[in-house]
Design a protein around this ligand. Structure first.
Ligand SMILES: [Zn+2]
Length: 409
């Protein structure tokens, strides 16, 4: 498997150089870079004995048929699009590990009692159209046709982009999985966090993908002259917001498994000599247990109300988005855990704080995920780094997983 891992590392490097921008990796949905990436990945799929196709949304799909009489399919995959100035592994690693495992089957002439289909999703990051998971939504049958009218920064509609890329925007409903029984969807992905590094293990099994609530909050006080308004007569929106920001961090610190973030803060009027009259901020709350997340959100909004009221400041809090926690399939996860242990590694289980295509695929079939340790937990950054030895473990684990699943089915 060492040879396979070095091939995967090399391929990550090749894809890392296929970009829409000269000096950094930026590969958006339906872009010219994506077309070139497809040529490359499609060739690797065919080399691994897969028949290769592309659907209307622009997912590249490679199918390795099962033994005669096999009717069910196991889906493996991840995404090929990237953020701006991305690292090489977020997305492509999962696609390339899956292809490497199929290559291994092909080389050994093995047919499983089920087909394996590797899906390289068209869009997970949402860079071009600001809406995420376009590829997995099409495959899961939850694509919203209203999104076709969205325009990118250059004014190109999504429908036009799909047409230019070779798809038919009127037929995305037909991209929904129609290939018969599914055994599940399994995704290999870099962890994008520091847990595996801290625990000193190469891979981890994802127990759940944490739910998320996002709010926009507006603290409205009163803008006033910074020189002439006495302290006791001010309604400083930023002071109230600052107290709230600190309270969010303190509260999240006190609750196991909770992460809460104020990532955006806009101060109005934003002048050095004016007491801030209005502050708009974002609040992002995540927890693997939906009940804890919902209760925490209520507590934090109450806290904000109290802080504002105490200072004579008005507060509005609007929910922007809410995603429930997606639990991994107990059946697939126990097979994955077994595969990790069979290879002599401790089966560390962890919740994912980041969203993945698996979230959307959970609407279609059972899901499981394997995380690969990444250096410093860094992602969405050119400094993203994984060790070849860890990639070798991921390949071995996925290979063993397919074997164990074959024994079950
Ligand atoms: Zn990703």
């Amino acid at each position: 498997m060492g040879r396979d891992a070095s091939a995967v590392m090399r391929r990550c490097e090749v894809l890392g150089s296929i970009s829409d921008e000269p000096d950094r990796l930026t590969r958006p949905f339906a872009s010219d870079a994506m077309r070139r990436a497809h040529e490359q990945v499609g060739a690797w799929m065919r080399e691994a004995g897969m028949s290769q196709s592309r659907d209307n949304i622009g997912n590249l799909r490679g199918r390795y048929e099962g033994a005669g009489g096999a009717t069910a399919t196991l889906l493996l995959g991840s995404h090929l699009d990237s953020v701006r100035d991305a690292g090489r592994y977020d997305g492509p690693l999962g696609v390339l590990v899956a292809i490497a495992v199929v290559q291994g089957l092909h080389d050994r002439g093995i047919r499983l009692p089920y087909a394996v289909e590797v899906v390289a999703f068209a869009d997970e990051e949402g860079l071009r159209y600001g809406t995420t998971y376009l590829g997995s939504k099409a495959l899961a049958g939850t694509f919203d046709n209203a999104d076709l009218d969205r325009t990118d920064a250059a004014g190109v509609t999504m429908a036009e982009a799909i047409r230019t890329f070779g798809g038919d925007p009127g037929r995305i409903a037909g991209d929904r999985w129609g290939g018969g029984d599914l055994l599940g969807y399994v995704e290999v992905h870099i962890e994008q966090g520091p847990v595996l590094e801290v625990r000193g293990v190469p891979v981890g099994v994802v127990s759940a993908i944490a739910g998320q609530s996002r709010y926009q909050m507006i603290f409205t006080g009163e803008a006033a002259h910074a020189g002439t308004t006495p302290m006791d007569l001010r309604k400083d929106a930023l002071v109230a917001a600052s107290v709230f920001v600190q309270s969010v961090a303190d509260y999240a610190d006190s609750q196991a498994g909770l992460v809460a973030t104020v990532g955006q803060l806009a101060v109005q009027p934003g002048a050095a000599n004016v007491v801030p009259g209005e502050v708009t901020l974002s609040l992002d709350i995540r927890h693997a247990d939906d009940a804890v997340r919902i209760e925490s959100a209520e507590t934090l909004i109450d806290l904000a109300s109290n802080i504002a009221r105490h200072r004579g400041i008005a507060l509005t809090a609007a929910g922007i988005s809410e995603n429930a926690t997606v639990s991994s399939s107990p059946r697939l996860t126990s097979v994955l855990v077994q595969a990790v242990q069979d290879l002599g590694h401790p089966a560390v289980q962890l919740a994912s704080g980041a969203g993945h295509d698996a979230v959307v695929m959970a609407g279609l079939t059972e899901i499981a995920m394997l995380f690969v340790r990444c250096k410093g937990g860094v992602s969405h950054n050119p400094a993203e780094s994984v060790a070849e030895a860890d990639v070798a473990v991921a390949i071995e684990v996925l290979d063993r997983f397919l074997e164990l699943l074959a024994g079950e089915s």
